[in-house]
Design a protein around this ligand. Structure first.
Ligand code: BGC
Length: 848
């Protein structure tokens, strides 16, 4: 039987509210083999659209503000079987001018490098007639929470989300029909958040505005056909004396439950304006929501007397405490990723205090921060008897679907995969961050450049990455450079083009395209990619005087082999020209493919030629032309091998050299962020499968399984964040300083970049790899080794579920696979046997 699964509007199965012509997609399931879509008819009101595609169906009909549209879809399979389904979406404001005005407390100011005290706004309004529908649209400069009659509106954290506020701000729409009474009190709390609060490691504040501001409209439709809009204006009231005494990303939150809003002296709000003129757009990313509850696995009393709760997992989130308290009792919750000498180890948080403080009233009460989050595994609690508190925590991250799974017969690899997934979740809190705990949590572009592909196997990243890439596009420099962090949010470095971090404008949309097949999205990003490559070309030619050196990318600077173990920052940066040149060639290859997909043949030809020149330069300048580098290091072999820059014997020699370097390092990698994601591919795709498995299974430092064995529950920024002797690494020690005096450096225990090896688990162990956008065509080609006896991987693609499940018994390899309707799979067995398979479930076996 044919069935429509996952009918989505703008990549959401439900509750889509949009301001743009939405994209409609659907998956299909069938019990028949070799089923495919023959045609589908999509009807929205009087708009009818016939299509043979399951993705990229853009609704081009009429859109009116705040209107519900039903989507009806009928499909016919090649088998002639029929199926139908319905969903709906809502429109947002559709450009409707705001009646509400931006309001603030014009009299409020706060010092440099600090975050403002959260503002509390209030407004009372009456509803005199019977209502049919009521909703709020709202946004803020800062982050906001709304409450109607004491109840929280919606489930979002950190609305309106983090965007490049000078260019775009999202607004949210919440249905409040069921919340309204005759007399109503709306409370809005606006904390500094990213726009106004201290942010980035220099704690710059007032980045987008001098103080918080709120923009809000309450829309009410009455049964008698009339309607009303109540907007923010100077009749609204404001105070900084509310319950939230402090809230910010790094230091945490202070909440005083004793404050009674009814007894406060309120001021009139002031009407204000935004300094820039950003687009205020219906939310197009995923909002951050509580995704799960964590319970402590143990608690101990530290020598200092603090009670330390261990949640058993490093994650981004907030505590949720049920407390039996007495008036004015002050309870302090501190957070850390690791424990040293029985105490919370907080030095690696650098200046971040990561502390929540709660001041009680009498009796039973609950507290959970709403205007900050922390990255932690341990919570230290002071100020309450353990018997008077029940502690748990909420995991917070953007609300995307988990679509991938991977498991195999080696438990350590399974734990590694779990750590990779937690690394992803912890760093997908509205934007892709480098880490969730210390005084950083910024949108470092290089980290997501290398992790995007792994992320897209595990999660449906479509809305999350689409949102972030809008900001990448907006913040691209005039000269084509991509900022090192996006949104820039106070980062003062000029957006000069550099490799990997800058290549994120190509690597991220490409990973997302392969996973979801959204061609619109590639086309929206295309100009950004071209501009970036133009900048790379211009910089490569800078101060270069020979024909080949014109394609060696040295300037203005590169992060190079960032975080390569056993080296200093200076040494990482010094390897920039190898890394820069290889990434440049790879990006040209990808943009050539994208140009083909967009029908831009001339561009495709141009980037292929440019790539050839870069490759020639890499080989001439850096190697002897036969596969040996003049200056050898692992990343400089990994990149040309994985980016297909060498062929034939030269390729063989390069792989042999790489293998030698790994062996010389005691079977360890010495690659940084830019090489680590690809090292196993460089080996396994060139005949060194066992070497790849050996490296994956290495368990002494530096290695992935070293972290697992050392008790890591996420991926670390430095392989030796926890040293083999059990001490915590404090980062690079500056000349003339002792380790104790060091700043705490770059020692995050939750940094996903090195988790990019997740890609290899899916692509090579489970063997699943898309060969065209959205898995319309894909490959399943598991490579066996490492004494694995079974593995299983699955990905819920836009067409349906792809599954690969294999095992080895008595030297016989058997595999079961699932191919979604309308797709085709090339299955390659370990003995080289090939099968081209249309949809269905299949099983094969061979000797191995
Ligand atoms: C971040 C990294 C980032 C790097 C680049 C660090 O502080 O945490 O992940 O990519 O800086 O300089």
């Amino acid at each position: 039987m044919l069935k429509i699964s996952a009918l989505k509007v703008e990549n959401l199965s439900e509750n889509c509210i949009t301001d743009r012509q939405p994209n409609i997609s659907f998956g299909l399931e069938s019990s028949l083999k070799e089923e495919a879509l023959k045609k589908a008819t999509i009807t929205v009101g009087n708009w009818t659209y016939e299509t043979t595609n399951q993705i990229n169906n853009i609704y081009t009909g009429d859109l009116k503000p705040f209107t519900k549209y039903d989507v009806h879809i009928k499909v016919e399979g090649k088998s002639r079987e029929l199926a139908e389904s319905i969903t709906s979406f809502m429109t947002g404001r559709m450009g409707m001018p705001w009646k509400g005005k931006w309001i603030t407390d014009g009299s409020y100011d706060f010092p440099d490098k600090e975050s403002p005290v959260p503002m509390t706004f209030c407004h009372k309004f009456d509803v005199k007639k019977k209502i049919t529908r009521a909703w709020i649209t709202s946004t803020a400069l800062g982050i906001y929470e709304l409450m109607i009659n004491g109840e929280k509106v919606g489930e979002d954290y950190f609305a309106p989300g983090f965007t490049s506020y000078d260019h775009q701000i999202q607004y949210q729409t919440y249905d409040i029909t069921a919340m309204l009474e005759r007399s109503n009190l709306l409370i809005a709390i606006v904390a500094g958040g990213w726009a106004v609060g201290a942010f980035n490691y220099v704690r710059k504040n007032k980045i987008n505005a001098d103080r918080q501001a709120l923009l809000c409209e309450i829309h009410i439709e009455y049964e008698d056909g009339t309607s009303e809009v109540i907007g923010t204006d100077d009749n609204w009231k404001v105070t900084e004396d509310g319950n939230y005494r402090m809230a910010e990303w790094y230091d945490g939150e202070t909440y005083d439950a004793r404050v009674d809003l009814d007894k406060l002296v309120w001021r009139q709000a002031t009407v204000t304006q935004t300094t820039k003129n950003p687009n205020i757009v219906a939310q197009y990313g995923n909002s951050v929501k509580a995704q799960g509850i964590m319970k402590p696995i143990s608690s101990t009393i530290a020598p200092s007397g603090e009670v330390i709760y261990d949640f058993g997992q490093n994650f981004a989130g907030v505590i949720n405490a049920k407390i039996f308290g007495r008036n004015s009792q002050r309870i302090v919750f501190r957070h850390s990723e690791v424990i040293a000498d029985g105490e919370l180890f907080v030095k690696s948080l650098r200046t971040a205090k990561a502390t929540a403080t709660y001041i009680c009233i009498n009796g039973e009460q609950t507290y959970s921060p709403r205007l900050t989050y922390m990255g932690f595994r341990y919570v230290g609690v002071k100020g309450v008897d353990p018997k008077d508190i029940e502690l748990e925590a909420f995991v917070l991250h953007s609300d995307f679907e988990e679509i991938g799974s991977f498991e195999c017969s080696n438990e350590l690899i399974n734990k590694l995969n779990s750590n990779i997934r937690w690394g992803g979740k912890s760093n997908f809190v509205d934007i892709p961050t480098d880490c969730p705990q210390r005084d950083e949590r910024q949108g470092w572009t290089g980290d997501i450049a290398v992790f995007a592909s792994t992320a897209c196997y595990n999660f449906d990243m479509s809305r999350f990455l689409d949102k972030w890439l809008v900001d990448v596009k907006s913040e691209q420099g005039f000269g084509g450079g991509i900022p090192m962090v996006v949104p820039r949010a106070g980062d003062n470095w000029p957006p000069l083009a550099n490799s990997c971090w800058g290549d994120s404008c190509i690597l991220v949309p490409w990973a997302e395209y392969l996973a979801r097949g959204d061609i619109q999205f590639l086309s929206r990003q295309y100009d950004t990619m071209k501009k970036f490559l133009k900048a790379a070309k211009r910089w490569s030619a800078f101060l270069s005087f020979t024909p080949n050196s014109r394609y060696i990318w040295r300037f203005p600077f590169h992060f190079g082999d960032w975080c390569a173990p056993g080296e200093t920052t200076k040494q990482w940066l010094k390897k920039g020209k190898w890394v820069g040149t290889a990434y440049f060639a790879n990006s040209c290859a990808i943009v050539a493919q994208i140009a083909e997909l967009l029908g831009k043949k001339e561009d495709a030809e141009y980037y292929r030629n440019l790539r050839d020149k870069i490759i020639k330069a890499y080989r001439k300048v850096f190697t002897d032309g036969k596969g040996t580098l003049k200056n050898e290091f692992q990343t400089a072999y990994v990149l040309p091998l994985h980016f297909n820059m060498v062929e034939g014997d030269e390729r063989k020699v390069m792989t042999k050299n790489l293998d030698r370097l790994i062996k010389e390092a005691g079977n360890h990698l010495t690659t940084g962020f830019t090489g680590t994601p690809y090292i196993l591919f460089a080996l396994s795709d060139n005949g060194y499968t066992e070497a790849a498995y050996d490296l994956l299974l290495q368990d002494t430092c530096p290695s992935w399984l070293y972290e697992v064995k050392a008790g890591g529950t996420t991926i670390w920024e430095r392989w030796d964040a926890l040293r083999p002797d059990g001490t915590v690494n404090l980062g690079e020690v500056k000349e003339g300083k002792s380790e104790e005096e060091s700043s705490g450096g770059m020692v995050s225990f939750n940094h996903y970049a090195n988790g990019a090896v997740g890609d290899w688990l899916y692509k090579r162990i489970a063997g699943i790899e898309p060969t065209s956008g959205g898995y319309k065509t894909f490959k399943i080609e598991p490579i066996i080794g490492g004494e694995l006896t079974w593995a299983k991987g699955s990905v819920r693609t836009p067409y349906g579920l792809v599954l690969s499940e294999w095992n080895i018994e008595s030297k016989k390899f058997s595999i079961s696979i699932e191919v979604p309707v309308s797709t085709s799979c090339t299955l390659v067995l370990p003995n080289g046997e090939n099968h081209i398979l249309m949809s269905g479930r299949y099983s094969y076996s061979c000797n191995c």
